[in-house]
Design a protein around this ligand. Structure first.
Ligand code: AMP
Ligand code: MG
Length: 376
């Protein structure tokens, strides 16, 4: 079964030019994924957040290959995925009570915890940091692949770096086809944005002093849910890192290195518009009025598009934040495919999971925001 794919076994060889198969998550295909991963190869796998590009987390050469294939900056560390809570002890030297409670509440699921790494974790995974980001994913496909590989898997999103994250196997094929041997197609990703990333900070490592939590990247697990699971309070003990909503100053050292890189960006120029629908329609019609040479599109909520004077893509209901998350990256990719040059986007509210949708769009827009609330 392992010779189904015509590829070289030498992981040092450049992957460019390999045939990329898309296979269903059958027992046999998951076993093949496990074999490839044990052999030091990369496999793209369905998760409930976005598709991940996985490698054996303990295999430095395979992990380096992830950076090469994605064109990922060398200072943007990877999340390590496990299939069993006990596996944290293979990767971290400190798993405090707060982390245990969070794992109990949200694993398997879209929460990543940054904890001190142990010696087994290669610096290739953490980009030289002494911390490692850990998650137990909810997707049965990813969990089965981790078990089949018999090792924790380092896996960033399976897109070319900087592009919108992949939420379907076809997105992975578009970005990485010909560079990796296998994509396991588990259908579209239920959540559609990457996991919530938190760091847990404690003044005493024995856990005697309650920890503080910083949200480095918003996702489907919200600050309020983290508060409910830990007994900590949003604001005093649980902080949302300022870089979630603002560009970092040029010289700042980011708490999560991924924050400083351009992200999720389509080729089109994206402008986020905060305000109500009427204000949004007004902005769009004004720009159409002085029709520039660009191809103008709108990205709006379900049921709104027909009232606009430009082509549009709808991305979930105004109050359906999970629906918005599930549609954002696919919408950005379709806009590219349609040749959009400038896209005005209706900004979601920042409530609950809306913060994750807002954060991805803000970054796709490179922080270009028209705030109609401020204009009035
Ligand atoms: P991605 O792989 O695209 O989902 O991105 C992983 C995110 O986790 C990036 O924003 C990283 O900066 C963040 N991350 C991974 N490891 C660490 C770490 N040790 N400390 C802080 N952030 C991390
Ligand atoms: Mg990514």
């Amino acid at each position: 079964m392992t010779n189904i794919l015509p590829f070289s076994r030498n992981v040092q060889e450049c992957e460019i030019g390999v045939e990329t198969k898309i296979l269903a998550p059958t027992t046999e295909n998951i076993a093949l994924a496990g074999q490839l991963l044990r052999d030091g190869r990369l496999v793209a796998l369905h998760t409930e957040t976005v598709y991940g590009l996985a490698a054996n987390a303990f295999d430095t050469a395979a992990v380096s290959e992830i950076f090469a294939v994605k064109g990922r900056p060398q200072d943007n560390p990877l999340i390590v995925h496990i299939a069993d809570v006990d596996d944290v002890h293979r990767l971290t030297r400190w798993f405090p009570e707060t982390a245990r409670k969070l794992a109990g509440a949200f694993w398997p699921g879209p929460l990543t915890m940054v904890l001190p790494k142990n010696k087994a974790v290669p610096y290739a995974v953490t980009c030289g940091l002494d911390t490692v980001a850990l998650r137990m994913p909810g997707s049965p496909v990813m969990l089965a692949a981790i078990r089949a590989a018999g090792t924790p898997l380092a896996a960033p999103s399976a897109n070319r770096s900087g592009r919108p994250s992949p939420t379907r196997a076809a997105h992975v094929m578009d970005d990485l086809g010909g560079k990796i041997p296998l994509i396991i197609d588990g259908g579209s990703c239920e959540i559609g944005v990457e996991s919530t990333v938190i760091s847990i900070i404690a003044s005493r490592t024995d856990g005697a002093v309650p920890a503080k939590i910083k949200i480095l990247r918003p996702g489907a697990v919200t600050a309020d849910e983290i508060a409910a699971a830990t007994g900590l309070s949003v604001g005093s003990d649980i902080e949302i890192d300022p870089a979630v909503l603002s560009p970092l100053p040029e010289d700042a050292a980011p708490p999560s290195p991924g924050m400083k890189h351009r992200h999720y960006a389509p080729r089109a120029e994206v402008i986020l518009v905060e305000g109500d629908f009427d204000g949004f329609a007004d902005v769009v019609s004004r720009v159409v009025g002085d029709a520039g040479p660009y191809k103008l599109w709108a990205m709006c909520f379900a049921g709104e598009g027909d009232k606009l004077s430009v082509p549009y893509i709808e991305y979930g209901g105004e109050n359906d934040h999970l629906g918005q998350c599930g549609a954002i990256f696919d919408a950005l990719r379709r806009l590219d495919a349609m040749g959009a040059e400038r896209v005005y986007v209706r900004a979601p509210s920042r409530d609950g999971i809306g913060l994750a949708a807002y954060n991805r769009l803000l970054r796709a827009a490179g922080f270009r925001v028209v705030n109609l609330h401020k204009e009035t």
